[in-house]
Ligand binder design. Structure first.
Ligand SMILES: NC(=O)c1ccc[n+]([C@@H]2O[C@H](COP(=O)([O-])OP(=O)(O)OC[C@H]3O[C@@H](n4cnc5c(N)ncnc54)[C@H](OP(=O)(O)O)[C@@H]3O)[C@@H](O)[C@H]2O)c1
Length: 215
């Protein structure tokens, strides 16, 4: 297909990532992905290239990044992130590899309860984070460190952060649009579709926005 692009996906075996890879393949593009457990892919596809490994390994990121057009991370391990900022450590190695390989565009999926640099969470979101979602505080702190790193040290990269609000693996509820202040709780499939559309859209570069359904 003319205009075929290659997407490098981290977190491709996850709940958002699986939908994201399906969308990219359906659109006729190629996917390269790093998976701790490649057997989680229950299908094979000539356009899907799976490498076995963990983001915490000393994996050759230059080899993974080389020749790709877009990089996306829908990564998380809430248990590990209580102890260690594994995503931040990884993104700090990934961005220099992207620079060396001349790959510019990067989307990172964080959470709606992760506070972007120089902004506050609304009192409602802050209360949710401190109460029902407190088990994910380490994940949000890791996401916040990633956002700070990108904003402070990586503005030569076309980074985009999606602060997603996800609840279920149910069917699509519509099309999510970018929003600075409002969010909709969406199923994974809609977040994946949003990530795909947003990654291709230059207006989202250097934003850490939420997503919501148009009313
Ligand atoms: N789930 C939510 O409700 C929600 C809501 C808002 C925002 N978010 C944000 O979105 C991100 C992704 O969420 P999700 O629910 O789609 O993810 P998920 O289903 O928990 O999957 C996480 C992905 O990250 C991968 N991963 C974790 N540690 C890894 C490592 N060391 N090396 C390689 N891969 C690793 C997992 O691989 P394995 O398959 O090997 O475990 C999996 O593919 C979260 O981190 C969070 O910041 C999530």
């Amino acid at each position: 297909m003319a205009g075929t692009k290659t997407f490098l996906v981290f977190g491709g075996t996850g709940q958002t990532g699986q939908h994201f890879i399906s969308i990219v393949l359906e659109q006729g593009h190629k996917v390269r992905t790093l998976a701790r457990n490649p057997s989680k892919f229950s299908y094979t596809n000539p356009a899907l290239e799976v490498h076995q490994g963990s983001i915490s390994d000393a994996y050759d990121l230059d080899e993974l990044v080389k020749g790709t057009d877009f990089v996306i991370a829908m990564l998380g391990d809430a248990t590990q992130q209580r102890e260690q900022k594994i995503n931040t450590e990884f993104v700090r190695r990934l961005i220099p590899a992207m620079r060396r390989q001349g790959v510019k565009r990067f989307l990172y999926q964080a959470g709606g309860l992760s506070r972007p640099p120089d902004r506050r969470l609304s009192p409602v979101l802050w209360t949710i984070r401190k109460t029902v979602a407190r088990g994910y505080n380490g994940q949000h702190q890791d996401n916040e460190a990633v956002m700070s790193y990108l904003a402070d040290e990586a503005n030569d990269i076309e980074w985009i952060v999606h602060r997603a609000a996800i609840r279920s693996n149910g069917p699509s509820k519509g099309v999510l649009k970018r929003s600075r202040t409002k969010l909709s709780v969406a199923p994974f499939v809609d977040c994946a579709a949003y990530n795909y559309a947003t990654l291709l859209h230059p207006s989202a570069i250097h934003t850490c926005d939420l997503s919501r359904y148009e009313t």
